[in-house]
Ligand binder design. Structure first.
Ligand code: FAD
Ligand code: DHB
Length: 389
């Protein structure tokens, strides 16, 4: 056998899984389609649940996160000028950590380099075979040469557009999907945050989110129609739209500046079942996508890695297959709850084009209830800070 586990995809799922397995003495090889620079230039998630924070500590990659991350005790959900404070700390005893996916990925690459793990970049035409045989085989092209690796297991950590999920025969897969009729336009700007906590804003003009990466770097988003292109959005247009969607008290404090990154992400809910096919396991975005409103995408990838690393360590150490047999069901139970929360947050906070007048009233009533009910706040807080693994 060439390696114990071939990991397809060098994003957060693949790197963290490799790190957890390597620390338990299990050999891995990572195959990544893009360059490392490209993976590290993608600006994506920004919020870590505390379970994810603890998992990164367990993986031995928390030094920079603990030094530079910003623990947050709560968040604001707003409706026009009405600001509802959700106090995670008081309601659940827990916090979340503001620390970007780019930083998590960089920390993991550093740790994997230190472990001496083989990470092949610019890998093309990955083909996964022999998943029902005694060893699986993964073939691929790198630097113009066709190669192949035999292994005990394959981890499909190759995101929504990867090959792993599609290796499971179509008739054996069940897919559940909802595509939302809008996207998020996000910018990064070297300006101080408009507030010391995040603001998820519902407004008559659509949704906006005020997030941050540090005390001098913000990540702000506005809901946009799917037909919009990044070129349609000058910085001036972005700032004026963002300003009218957040509460007036926050808008009055807003400091604007040039954007240093601007991109549009479509919103989708998607689950593919099962997560296991013979010697192949799906992890993270390869198996499921959530709309970003609940800040769950990266955190779900981390909980999948938690379940799968535990299961693989058990089977390699003692031959006990109960963990790998139970992986799909165990991970999916948590995934579906995060799906529900992300869908609920998305529905509560976005304006849907062509919606009837009833829909806006439902959002308003949901937010009014949230403002007045400690039970509703606690429910939101419990889901936002992350359900137990
Ligand atoms: P990915 O990060 O997608 O990594 C998969 C890796 O596999 C990639 O590096 C890719 O290059 C590689 N790959 C793909 N195909 C192949 C192949 N055939 N062979 C080899 N390698 C392959 N979540 C939030 O919580 N908040 C956000 O604001 C947020 N914004 C997002 C914006 C965008 C545009 C996207 C796409 C996602 C966003 N997410 C967000 C979700 C979050 O970033 C993902 O859940 C997280 O990246 C999942 O990690 P992953 O490793 O499973 O997948
Ligand atoms: C960020 C993204 C999210 O989707 C979210 O819910 C919170 C924060 C961010 O990019 O900072």
């Amino acid at each position: 056998m060439d390696t114990q586990v071939v990991i397809i995809g060098g994003g957060p799922s693949g790197l963290l899984l490799s790190q957890m397995l390597n620390r338990a003495g299990i050999a891995t090889t990572i195959l990544e389609r893009s360059t490392r620079e490209h993976v590290l230039s993608r600006i994506r998630a920004g919020i870590l649940e505390w379970g994810s924070v603890e998992m990164l500590r367990e993986a031995g990659v928390s030094e920079r996160m603990d030094r530079m991350g910003l623990p947050h005790d709560g968040t604001y959900i707003t409706d026009g000028d009405r600001m509802v404070h959700i106090d995670f700390k008081r309601l659940t005893g827990k916090q979340v950590m503001v620390y970007g996916q780019t930083e998590v990925t960089e920390d993991l690459y550093g740790a994997q380099d230190a472990m001496g793990t083989t990470i092949l970049h610019n890998v093309e035409d990955v083909v996964i075979k022999d998943l029902d045989a005694s060893q699986a085989k993964v073939s691929f092209t790198v630097a113009g040469e066709r190669r192949s690796l035999s292994c005990a297991y394959v981890a499909g950590c190759d995101g929504f557009h990867g090959v792993s999920r599609k290796t499971i025969p179509e008739e054996k897969r069940r897919e559940f999907e909802r595509v939302y009729p809008f996207g998020w336009l996000g910018i990064l700007s070297r300006t101080p945050p408009v507030h010391d906590e995040l603001i998820y804003a519902n407004s008559d003009h659509g949704f906006a989110l005020a997030s941050m990466r540090s005390e001098s770097l913000v990540r702000y988003y506005v809901q946009v129609p799917l037909s919009d292109k990044v070129e349609d959005w000058s910085d001036e247009r972005f700032w004026s739209e963002f300003k009218r969607r957040i509460p007036a008290s926050a808008a009055a404090r807003l400091i604007t500046g040039p954007s240093i990154e601007k991109s549009i992400a479509p919103l989708r809910s998607f689950v593919s079942e099962p997560l296991r096919w013979g010697r192949l396991f799906l992890v993270g975005d390869a198996a499921h996508i959530v709309p970003p409103t609940g800040a769950k995408g990266l955190n779900l990838a981390v909980s999948d890695v938690h379940y799968l690393s535990e299961a693989l360590i058990r089977v390699f150490r003692s031959g006990d297959e109960s963990g790998i047999d139970g992986y799909s069901e165990r991970a999916l139970a948590r995934i579906w709850k995060a799906m529900r929360f992300s869908w609920q947050m998305t529905t509560m906070l976005h304006r849907f084009d062509g919606e009837d007048s009833f829909a806006a009233q439902m959002r308003r009533a949901t937010l009014a209830h949230l403002a007045e009910s400690e039970t509703a706040q606690k429910d939101l807080a419990e889901n936002y800070i992350g359900l137990p693994f």
